[in-house]
Design a protein around this ligand. Sequence first.
Ligand code: MG
Length: 226
Amino acid sequence: MKHIKFRNSNKYIAINKIICVGRNYAEHAKELGNEIPEKPVIFLKPASAVIFSGEKIIHPHFSSVMHHEVELLILIGSRIKNANESESIKSISGFGVGLDMTLRDIQDELKKKGHPWTIAKCFDTSAVLSDFISADDYKLTGDEELSLSVNGFLRQKEKISMMLFPPVKLVEYISSLMTLEEGDIIFTGTPKGVGQVKTGDIIEAKLDELVSLKTEVTSELFHQSS
Ligand code: MG
């Protein structure tokens, strides 16, 4: 079982389910030719997809176009169902930054067929996590900025206030669809600027100076033989 770690603390929490939000920034929905949704688009990733800062992303052999998506992460600290606003606020125990790595060629094919995005989103190493900052130590203001660079070049940079559905609204909405429990992680969607990464690329992402991650893309063939 994988555990998330809090910054400046010895506390660990076992990772439960991972709920992801799609199209939560208008400019990103547009860049992929999607409509701006009336309700959050929701999908899941398995905990087996998780790696942490310092570990490598393995490019699957069955795709030729892997994209980076930098996202604010919300950690759930208590069990909630049909939560109201104040219950949703209380249930959030921390924040992090993460990468929702996506096989864009596969996802485009799946979308055309009306199939689920599972194959494009759930591969091993497709969820890269930073350490988390405790909600007791820091309250989000909306002014925080997500950013991502590849080989030192900035690709994504946006304030989290640009989300169509802000963090507390997402928790409320998701809890109306399924029970949320301690150790659940919500990927809150990516801003504009997604793009391809290849073997050897170094990806760095951060939420202001609060939390950060660094990873490298490696090929499946290299990984198997090493
Ligand atoms: Mg995403």
